[in-house]
Design a protein around this ligand. Structure first.
Ligand SMILES: O=C(O)C(=O)Cc1ccccc1
Length: 416
């Protein structure tokens, strides 16, 4: 399928972030609280300010960027931790001992809201009306959603402190995993700090006055096309399908180019934003159509045990899939349920040659395994399971330990 790029955004929308991007000078304020009996640190924590600072730098999640300010005593003393495109980036650590806080930190203190009244900025791929924008709003209701033209840009927006979080769709109940996004998780160093599951309700959109009989093609995000394939056929739409970067971008493209032979699959909100008509409402092949998104941040959140947590890891092992059952038994023995397992090609080492003196040499494909399990890294059983996994693996990374989205959902009515 030919990939169409969404047109440049019209005046209805803010322009999406694009690469390359020069980061503005920023002052970052990193504020963290620490309580020795509730936080499990990799190393024991001393009482000196330096120890506290480095521990909090690892664990703090209340990371807030601010507009440049005239130097104050505090900013003059800030630790300069790097520069972004030639601009100094400073981090000012403000350590707040737990005992001085009026109440204990809750999970919401730790992940979503920035302090000092600043609005959380959440980067997503697509244009307004995309499902990723709705997912950002579900995870962080008062956030400022920042459209980006590529997932790569959304990741970089967080890495360069332009945004505080990125939202990334990783799998769908009908369409399966979004493999490219798994690869991106590994290529970048961001941490998963949350997840949301969003019921997805697709509409068939066309310009006002266009009828189904006029259509020569349907365009949308490949996942949306996959999720509506049977319904499109049932509607008699045996026309060309073309993949674009996001659903709302497809609607915008049809509108901006006045395409009367093309329909887009997108949300009802996209129809409203881009002046399109809904030809068919709810065209996903099954009403239980849910997409899971993960939220990414520069710093991990502190794992807890007082509510259900999930942990995502990725690993590889030298002996191919033959030791996979040993790795997975580390979870089974501890009654830790896996909620997801995904394999991807091991790009650094895609082929493994296995010689047999009698039969010759076989070449096996090498894989990376992504596993989600239902436990928090603050639980001893999860720590022990990972210690055991490490014995069998040549590479292991914890992508994040984060609260499970427990919000009940019912089949969407299209108001997402
Ligand atoms: O294109 C979008 O709107 C997205 O956010 C990606 C996507 C596509 C289809 C279903 C869920 C998410």
């Amino acid at each position: 399928m030919q990939a169409l790029l969404p047109p440049s955004t019209n005046n209805l929308t803010k322009p999406a972030l694009r690469l390359p991007r020069v980061a503005p000078p920023r002052l970052a304020v990193l504020k963290c609280a620490y309580r020795s009996d509730s936080v499990h640190l990799p190393n024991s924590v001393g009482s000196s300010r330096a120890d506290w600072q480095s521990s909090c730098a690892i664990l703090a999640s209340n990371v807030v960027s601010q507009q440049p300010q005239p130097p104050s005593d505090k900013s003059r003393n800030a630790d300069h931790v790097g520069s972004v495109n030639g601009h100094k980036t400073s981090v000012d650590l403000e350590i707040v001992p737990m005992e001085k806080l009026s109440s204990a930190l809750t999970i919401t203190d730790l992940s979503p809201a920035p302090m000092h009244g600043a609005q959380l900025r959440v980067a997503y791929q697509g244009v307004p009306g995309a499902y990723s924008e709705a997912a950002a709003g579900k995870a962080y209701p008062k956030c400022e959603a920042i459209p980006c033209d590529q997932f790569e840009v959304a990741f970089q927006a967080v890495e360069l402190w332009i945004a505080d979080r990125a939202v990334l769709p990783v799998e769908n109940s009908l369409g399966g995993s979004i493999h490219r996004n798994y690869d991106l998780l590994l290529r970048h160093r961001l941490h998963i700090v949350g997840e949301v599951q969003l019921p997805v309700h697709h509409c068939l959109l066309a310009l006002p006055g266009v009828r189904k009989e006029y259509l020569n093609r349907v365009i949308s995000h490949p996942q949306a096309l996959a999720q509506c394939e049977l319904t499109l056929t049932k509607l008699g739409l045996n026309v060309a399908r073309e993949a674009v970067d996001d659903t709302a971008g497809a609607a915008e493209f049809v509108a901006a180019n006045n395409l009367r032979d093309t329909a887009a699959i997108a949300s009802a909100r996209a129809a409203e934003l881009y002046g399109m008509e809904i030809l068919e409402n709810g065209i996903q092949d099954d009403s239980s159509n849910v997409t899971r998104f993960v939220m990414l941040a520069r710093e991990p959140i502190i794992p807890r045990t007082d509510r259900p947590f999930k942990t995502s890891i990725v690993f590889a092992h030298d002996k191919g899939t033959s030791v996979l059952f040993k790795v997975l038994s580390a979870f089974a023995f501890r009654n830790i349920s896996l909620t997801k397992i995904e394999s991807r090609p091991h790009r650094n080492r895609p082929i493994r040659l296995v010689s047999d003196s009698n039969e010759g040499t076989a070449s096996h494909f090498e894989y990376l395994f992504y596993v989600d399990f239902e436990a928090s890294m603050a639980e001893v059983r999860a720590q022990n399971a990972l210690a055991e996994v490490q014995e069998f693996t040549s590479f292991l990374r914890v992508l994040g330990s984060y609260p499970i989205d427990m919000t009940p959902w019912s089949p969407s009515r299209g108001d997402d």
